[in-house]
Design a protein around this ligand. Structure first.
Ligand SMILES: CC(C)(COP(=O)(O)OP(=O)(O)OC[C@H]1O[C@@H](n2cnc3c(N)ncnc32)[C@H](O)[C@@H]1OP(=O)(O)O)[C@@H](O)C(=O)NCCC(=O)NCCS
Length: 230
């Protein structure tokens, strides 16, 4: 991977002394990573559509509306509340890659997870929803750098783990970057105990951000512990 300087990440509306730390990650030459602004929803959506989200055409307008709505709320602890939208942009200001993380759907939609658990979980575990690099810029380490960036930002914001859904073909991409890829997401969540989430056609991956999160074996399957305090 060809790399050059490290670039600090500053929100367009913030000073370099603001909320976002300089993680000192080597970036592919001349690219800058920065938060997406509310008026850049179209560019973010265009990059997002490079990801096969397994959505039907009818579901797309709702997704676009949700993206536009959450981009209107800039401010901490991440770029947009509990959502984190970042671009990697070229020197002429063109976004060439994007990543979005937000509250995991498995937290919000799994009936085994009660509301009081949901409120805690969305502040401790986030989900990488989309990661996309423009085809002309692939193979230069940009996705890897964006992953490292969001991992550092969420760790600094007090989160203990990131999760994501991925296609089978991306298994090695994520495992080589420290993610544990599993067919079914199994978690020990006190006070309920074992909670599982399976999505046909997808695998799940988990990246612990702190020593609070580890894996144990339950009923022969790897299960994550530490998403919630015991
Ligand atoms: C997958 C993707 C994000 C990689 O971006 P990138 O900037 O080229 O990635 P990096 O240069 O950091 O890393 C290159 C690695 O990605 C792997 N990779 C690239 N495209 C891949 C694909 N379609 N399937 C599986 N692995 C792929 C390469 O084999 C390489 O692996 P290695 O370094 O472990 O040997 C990019 O190809 C993309 O945007 N694809 C479309 C959207 C998508 O699938 N997003 C991921 C799931 S949300």
């Amino acid at each position: 991977m060809r790399t050059c300087r490290a670039t600090s990440v500053t929100h367009p509306n913030r000073t370099s002394a603001g909320r976002y730390p300089n993680v000192n990650t080597p970036l592919p030459c001349d690219l800058t990573i920065r938060p997406v602004r509310a008026d850049e929803a179209d560019q973010h959506i265009e990059l997002t559509q490079l990801v096969d989200l397994h959505l039907s055409a009818e579901d797309l307008p709702d997704l676009i509306t949700a993206i536009r709505a959450s981009l209107r709320h800039e401010g901490g602890p991440l770029s947009h509340g509990l959502h984190h939208y970042l671009f990697a942009e070229s020197p002429d200001g063109t976004p060439v890659a994007s990543i979005h993380c937000g509250p995991p759907l498995w937290v919000l939609r799994n009936p085994a997870i009660f509301p009081h658990m949901q409120r805690k979980l969305v502040k401790r575990v986030s989900c990488i929803d989309t990661l996309a690099v423009h085809p002309d810029y692939r193979g230069r380490g940009i996705a890897t750098t964006l992953l490292r960036r969001v991992e550092a930002d969420f760790r600094n914001a007090g989160f203990v783990a990131l999760t994501l859904r991925h296609e089978h073909a991306k298994r090695h991409f994520f495992t080589r970057r420290g993610y544990t890829s599993v067919a079914s997401l199994a978690m020990i969540l006190p006070p309920v105990g074992l909670v599982t989430q399976t999505n046909p056609g997808w695998r799940h991956a988990v990246k612990p951000l702190t020593d609070d999160v580890s894996f144990t074996t339950v009923q022969g399957l790897p299960a994550a512990t530490g998403f919630l305090p015991a």
